[in-house]
Design a protein around this ligand. Structure first.
Ligand code: GLN
Length: 487
C-alpha cells in the first residue's frame, strides 16, 4: 500500500480496495517503524489523522466529496495548524501551538486530505541541507549519511521513503526543488501569488511560495489544484482562476520550445549531472520538443542578490519573535532589554542569527544604497532576462542542483559554499516564476533532478511537460532500497 501514488490511492479508495482509515493506519505504522532512522517528522498527529480518515470514509460513502478525499499527506512545519505545535524547526517556536490554520492547510482539508503530521525543516526555512533544524538533521533515505537537501528536507525525505505519497513544502530560494532533486522526488514551486501565504511563517515575504512535493508530476498537479486560489488574507495572492492542471497532462508537447540558458550549460555543473540532464532533454526532443539556446546575462548575480534581499526581509519578519507575545522567553529577565536579547539569543540558531545580522546591516542607513537598493535593481534585471528569454521559448530547463546529495557536515562549516547549492533555483524566486524539479537519473545510486522554469502562471505547461517526460522514463518510480524500493 505504501508504494502508491496519490492518483492510485484515489482510484483504490473509489473502488473500495481499502479505506482511508486503513491506508492512514498503515502509513502511521510505517512512519513509527522507519522514521527514527530519518527524522523526517517533527510531530505526528495520529489521533487527528485517524479521525479525519474516518470522516473521509464516511463522506465517501454518500454525498459530495473533495478532490483528495481520504488521501494521507504531511505538512511542512512552517504552516500553522490549529491546536498542533507549529515550530518552524526552531527552539523559538518549540512551545507554539497555533490558534488557527494556514489558508493552505484549510484548503487542503476542504479537499479532504488526511494530515499525518508536520515535517522537519531547516530552522525558519533557512538552509539547503536540513542540518539547521532545532529537532536535529533529516537524513537522506538513499544514503542516511547524506543530507536530503533543504529547507523542505523532511517533506522530500518522507515522500522518497514512501512514508507519505505527498507533502506540502515552501520555496524561498529553492527549498522545494533542491530537496526534491536530492531525494529523487517531484516538487513544484508555483508562481509568486498563486498560493496564499496566510498562516505560512514568513521568511522573505517577496520570495516565499508554497507548493507540493510528491512522486509524480500528476500528483503535484492534483495537490496544486487543492492548494492554489485566491485568499483575501494575503494581499499578494492573485485573484485568478485555478486551472484543472490534471486535465492537461496528456497534451501533445510537439513543437514545445525549451530554452537552455548558456550560463547553465557551461561546464560548472558536475559533468555526470550534466550528462543525465542532456539525456533527459533528448527524451523530450524525441517527444517533439525543440531545444534552443537562450541568454540570461544577469543570472550569475542571482546568489549575491538573493543573499541581500532574503536576509533583509528575514531580519524584518523575525523581529516579531521577541519573547513577549509568543515563542521562547528567557528565564528571569533583568529588564526589557535583557528579555529581548536573551530570548532571541537562546531561541534562534546560528544560521538564523547570521541572516538577521546581514539583513540588519544591508538595511542600515549607511549601507542601504550600496547593498539593498543595488540588489533590488539587479533583481529587476534578472526578471527582464527571463521576460526576454520567454519571447523565444516556452520553458527553460537546467539541472536542479549542482550535484547529488552531499555528506552531512560536508558544507555546514562554510555558509558561502552552502549558499552555492541554490545556483539554479534562486533566479525563479527573484523573478516570481513557477519552477519544478523532476527526477532524471541516478549517479552512484543517488538521485539527480532536472528543473523547468515557466512563464508566470504557466504551471500547467510545466506539469504537462514533466508528465510527458515521466510517461517515457521511470526515474520517478525508483525509491531507496532500504525503504522497500527498487532503487
Ligand atoms: N537555501 C536557501 C536559503 O537558505 C533557500 C531556502 C528556501 O528556499 N527556504 O535561504
Amino acid at each position: 500500500m505504501f508504494n502508491k501514488s496519490i492518483r492510485e490511492i484515489l482510484d483504490d479508495l473509489a473502488k473500495g480496495e481499502y479505506s482511508s482509515r486503513e491506508i492512514t493506519k498503515s502509513l502511521l505504522e510505517r512512519i513509527k517503524a522507519l522514521d527514527p532512522d530519518l527524522n523526517s517528522f517533527i510531530t505526528l498527529t495520529e489521533e487527528n489523522a485517524l479521525a479525519s480518515a474516518e470522516a473521509a470514509d464516511k463522506a465517501r460513502s454518500g454525498g459530495e466529496i473533495g478532490s483528495l478525499c481520504g488521501v494521507p499527506i504531511a505538512h511542512k512545519d512552517i504552516f500553522c495548524t490549529q491546536g498542533v505545535r507549529t515550530s518552524c524547526g526552531s527552539k523559538m517556536l518549540d512551545n507554539f501551538i497555533s490558534p488557527y490554520d494556514a489558508h493552505l492547510v484549510q484548503s487542503m482539508a476542504k479537499a479532504g486530505v488526511v494530515s499525518l503530521g508536520k515535517t522537519n525543516m531547516d530552522e525558519f526555512a533557512m538552509g539547503s541541507s536540513n542540518e539547521t533544524s532545532f529537532y536535529g538533521p533529516v537524513k537522506n533515505p538513499w544514503d542516511t549519511e547524506r543530507v536530503p537537501g533543504g529547507s523542505s528536507g523532511g517533506s522530500a525525505a518522507a515522500v522518497a521513503a514512501r512514508l507519505v505519497p505527498g507533502a506540502t513544502a515552501t520555496d524561498t530560494g529553492g527549498s522545494i526543488r533542491q530537496p526534491a532533486s536530492l531525494c529523487g522526488v517531484t516538487g513544484l514551486k508555483p508562481t509568486y501569488g498563486r498560493v496564499s501565504r496566510y498562516g505560512m511563517i514568513a521568511f522573505a515575504s517577496s520570495l516565499d511560495q508554497a507548493g507540493p512535493i510528491a512522486r509524480t508530476a500528476e500528483d503535484c498537479a492534483l495537490l496544486l489544484e487543492a492548494m492554489a486560489g485566491f485568499d483575501s488574507n494575503d494581499s499578494t495572492c492573485i485573484d485568478r482562476d485555478v486551472p484543472q492542471y490534471s486535465a492537461s497532462l496528456d497534451n501533445d508537447i510537439s513543437g514545445l520550445r525549451i530554452g537552455l540558458p548558456k550560463q547553465y550549460f557551461n561546464g560548472d555543473t558536475n559533468s555526470e549531472v550534466g550528462k543525465l540532464v542532456d539525456q533527459a532533454l533528448t527524451a523530450l526532443e524525441q517527444a517533439g520538443a525543440k531545444l534552443i539556446e537562450v541568454d540570461l546575462p544577469h543570472v550569475e548575480l542571482a546568489i549575491p542578490t538573493y543573499y541581500v534581499v532574503a536576509p533583509a526581509e528575514c531580519s524584518t519578519n523575525l523581529s516579531r519573535f521577541d519573547g513577549v507575545r509568543y515563542g521562547h522567553r528567557c528565564e528571569n529577565p533583568a529588564d526589557l532589554e535583557d528579555l529581548y536579547s536573551r530570548s532571541r539569543g537562546e531561541g534562534f540558531g546560528d544560521e538564523v542569527k547570521r541572516r538577521i545580522l546581514v539583513g540588519t546591516y544591508v538595511l542600515s542607513a549607511g549601507f542601504y544604497d550600496a547593498y539593498y537598493r543595488q540588489a533590488q535593481k539587479i533583481r529587476r534585471l534578472i526578471q527582464q532576462d527571463f521576460v526576454s528569454a520567454f519571447d523565444q521559448v516556452d520553458l527553460i530547463a537546467s539541472p536542479s542542483a549542482l550535484s547529488t546529495a552531499f555528506k552531512m557536515g560536508e558544507k555546514s562549516g562554510d555558509p558561502v559554499e552552502m549558499y552555492q547549492e541554490d545556483l539554479y533555483t534562486i533566479p525563479a524566486n527573484l523573478a516570481g516564476l513557477p519552477a519544478m524539479s523532476v527526477p532524471c537519473g541516478l549517479m552512484n545510486n543517488l538521485p539527480v533532478g532536472m528543473q523547468f522554469v515557466g512563464r508566470h502562471f504557466e504551471e500547467g505547461l510545466m506539469l504537462n511537460t514533466a508528465h510527458q517526460y515521466q510517461k517515457r522514463t521511470n526515474w520517478h518510480e525508483l525509491s531507496p532500497e532500504k525503504f522497500g524500493g527498487q532503487g
